[in-house]
Design a protein around this ligand. Structure first.
Ligand SMILES: *Cc1c(COP(=O)(O)O)cnc(C)c1O
Length: 696
């Protein structure tokens, strides 16, 4: 098989700048601090306007700037050094001797990948986790290939108007100007899959994104030969109706596997990261029956031997389910190939095939055909066992075969380079309090600068009154205790918990001696009116005189804003209604930077909190929601008023909050090793991938 991969057009550059494309074509640069610095230095203004996309910046550099860079000996020497380091990295590191896969591969399937803000094919936590998974797999040199979809419009870009209303803006991705290479066949034509959809064939191209050593293949149906509707299958992430979702998920699962096979890649293990890719189990089944001449039962066992499934949400609506008649149309060709009635495939996605009212559940399908299944924190594992116990009626809840692998974050992506330098210097010890505090204060003021710039853009676009624009310079204070809250505006996350008592909230923030400021960001699902109302409520509060400049809601939450927030906040607030937060990962990013989590004991925090690395509150023992909300709010206020705020402002003669800094040091040392994706992928590899690969 001689496939080739072609990136979009490159401009001619002077020889000393030649490494630019090589570096920019692999997303490794996104987690290498020096490589990132070089990309920004190309042109800091274009960097901002070009959505942090080096390829767009390189293309837009004017001739004098190109000449100046090429003549800058220091810059070009650093560029060459980064290029050499990238090559050395890609050439292979230390293969994990304890994880010898004997040449077998893991296929990792996910509906979204959040690797960098310049590649907007993600929505939130699931995608970021998948992106971090790939980066860690690359660092550990695991034999993994990933599969996803090349969304033309990605998820929406959020704008918030002067009334606090969210607007969804869709910006088209220009794949030719992203680090995506179109896969071509041996005839030099784009590799084209032809997939059996009801009553027609749907064609798909394949793009390759290099995430360090890991290839990520993205399927794209926006190709000539498809009708307009089919061209838009890969249009919007989580967009459209049920039909769109089935088409997308059929593409991801069935198309994804066929794409790998068309490229000569046969994964011994398939990891279904959330149920969106569950149809791949049925394609594997078909292959074992048709190509392997196995009986249906034998083929089921074969599929199961090689599948790993991770479930990500205890919220029922987060588990995709479809009308049976609808799914049937898609499964018919697969069933026909196996010479089996389609009902036999449908039954695999139903709890009780005899019940004519049931819907086809992707999670049920995945659980039935996976050898290993897991939730994403210890508590979520427990909740999932209860949630899916009905599939194993002869077992107790504790015996339900769903275990847990607690999520992690890719530390080099999320830890500020300044903090990482301190950590490295300190070795086994903790960074010195004075240095840690001064770097942290610097990062907080950087965050505030970023907040003002973003707010200015937001208000100017909305045509805000001139006075309001002038007042932006007085938004936030660089020495004030800063609370960060950034997450999806879903009801169970209770973004307005602190605002349930507005007077007490005002007293907390506007305290003359010990003020507090709060930065919030996050998107509401386009069809979630309650979520949008939460945004509006926060927005309106942020504009009452007592809270102006103390409470800010920023539009456009994305990876770039997340990075800034977790690196600059003092407190990372999380207020989910327990036990609905499966894991949560933003708190891990914050702790790794020395922010202190103030969080409901839910998701990862149940494992992460040790009494000294942040604070915990919240309970769900036998009370109704309203009571739970009121109690949690009261507990949260008490903690802030009596413990958190006093500790932050308790300064010694040197002006340092010693007790606070000690907590920061402890937060970093207790969270970084345990909640890294390195630990996480090692767990997936050792506990799941390896046993599957060995039996292949
Ligand atoms: C980390 C991250 C998330 C997920 O964090 P949660 O704590 O689960 O909300 C979502 N969106 C972005 C942009 C992130 O960086």
């Amino acid at each position: 098989m001689s496939l080739t991969e072609r990136f979009g057009p490159e401009r001619a550059l002077p020889a000393p700048l030649a490494p630019l494309y090589e570096i920019a074509h692999n997303l490794w640069w996104t987690w290498d601090a020096e490589a990132t610095r070089l990309m920004i230095e190309l042109d800091p203004v274009l960097w901002k306007s070009g959505r942090h996309n080096p390829l767009a910046v390189i293309e837009a550099l004017d001739a004098p700037r190109v000449a100046a860079l090429a003549a800058d000996a220091d810059f070009t020497a650093r560029l060459a050094a980064v290029r050499d380091r990238q090559r050395a990295y890609l050439g292979g590191g230390e293969p994990p001797i304890d994880l010898d896969f004997g040449g077998r591969l893991v296929g990792y399937f996910c509906a979204e990948f959040g690797i960098h803000e310049s590649l907007p094919i993600y929505s939130g936590g699931l995608g970021i986790l998948a992106g971090d998974h790939l980066k860690a797999a690359s660092d550990r040199d695991l034999p993994l290939v990933a599969v996803g979809l090349a969304y033309r419009y990605g998820y929406f870009h959020q704008e918030v108007d002067l009334a606090g209303r969210q607007h969804e803006v869709y910006l088209a991705n220009d794949f030719e100007r992203l680090p995506m290479a179109l896969v071509h066949d041996r005839f030099g034509e784009p590799l084209t899959l032809s997939l059996p959809y009801p009553g027609r064939k749907v064609l798909a191209h394949v793009w390759k994104v290099s995430v360090g050593r890991i290839p990520l293949y993205l399927l794209d149906t926006d190709v000539p030969g498809n009708n307009a509707e089919d061209r838009s299958i890969t249009g919007h992430l989580y967009g459209g109706n049920e039909d769109t979702r089935v088409r997308q998920e059929f593409l991801l699962g069935v198309g994804g596997l066929r794409a790998l096979r068309a490229m000569g890649i046969a994964p011994a293990v398939c990891h279904l990261n959330e149920g969106h890719s569950s149809f791949l189990c049925l394609e594997q089944l078909r292959r074992h029956v048709v190509d392997g001449s196995q009986t249906f039962e034998r083929a089921m066992a074969s599929v199961r031997a090689g599948c790993v499934f991770t479930t990500h949400t205890p919220v029922p609506a987060g588990n995709d389910n479809f009308e049976v008649a609808h799914v049937m149309q898609y499964l018919r060709p697969l069933a026909a190939g196996m010479d089996e009635p389609v009902e036999r495939l449908i039954a695999l996605g139903l709890t009780d095939p005899a019940n004519p009212h049931e819907r086809f559940e992707m999670t049920v399908l995945a659980l039935r055909l996976s050898r290993f299944a897991n939730g994403v924190s210890a508590l979520h594992g427990e909740v999932s066992r209860g949630m899916w116990q009905h599939l194993w009626p002869d077992r107790t809840t504790a015996q339900v075969p769903i275990t847990s692998v607690t999520n992690g974050v890719h530390m080099p992506t999320w830890i500020a380079p300044e903090i990482e330098a301190l950590r490295r210097e300190a070795g086994a010890g903790a960074p010195a309090p004075e240095r840690l505090w001064s770097e942290h204060e610097h990062l907080r003021s950087e965050l505030i600068g970023g907040v003002r710039r973003r707010l200015r853009r937001q208000l100017e676009r909305n045509g805000a009154p001139a006075q309001e624009i002038l007042d932006i310079d007085r938004v936030f204070d660089p020495h004030t205790l800063t609370i960060g809250f950034a997450r999806r505006f879903a009801e169970y996350k209770r973004a307005t918990l602190l605002m349930s008592d507005p007077d007490r909230f005002v007293r907390l923030l506007a305290n003359a001696d010990r003020p507090v400021q709060m930065l919030m960001a996050g998107k509401a699902h386009p069809r979630s009116e309650p979520g949008k109302l939460l945004i509006q409520r926060v927005w309106e509060l942020s504009r009452i005189p007592a809270l102006r400049g103390r409470l800010v809601l920023l539009e456009g939450y994305d990876i770039a804003l997340a990075r800034r927030m977790v690196q600059g906040a003092d407190i990372w607030l999380n207020t989910p209604r327990r036990p609905l937060e499966a894991s949560g990962t933003s708190g891990m990013k914050a702790a790794a930077n020395g922010a202190l989590n103030l969080s409901v004991l839910d998701g990862w925090w149940c494992e992460g909190y040790d009494g000294r690395n942040g604070w915990a509150f919240g309970d769900d023992h036998g009370v109704d929601e309203a009571t739970q909300d009121a109690r949690d709010a009261d507990e949260l206020f008490e903690l802030l008023e009596k413990v958190v705020v006093p500790m932050f402002y308790d300064r010694g003669p040197d002006g340092l909050p010693r007790a606070w800094i000690e907590r920061m040091q402890h937060a970093m040392s207790s969270v970084v090793p345990r909640f890294s994706t390195e630990r996480m992928v090692d767990e997936y590899a050792g506990r799941f991938y390896l046993p599957c690969a060995m039996d292949d």
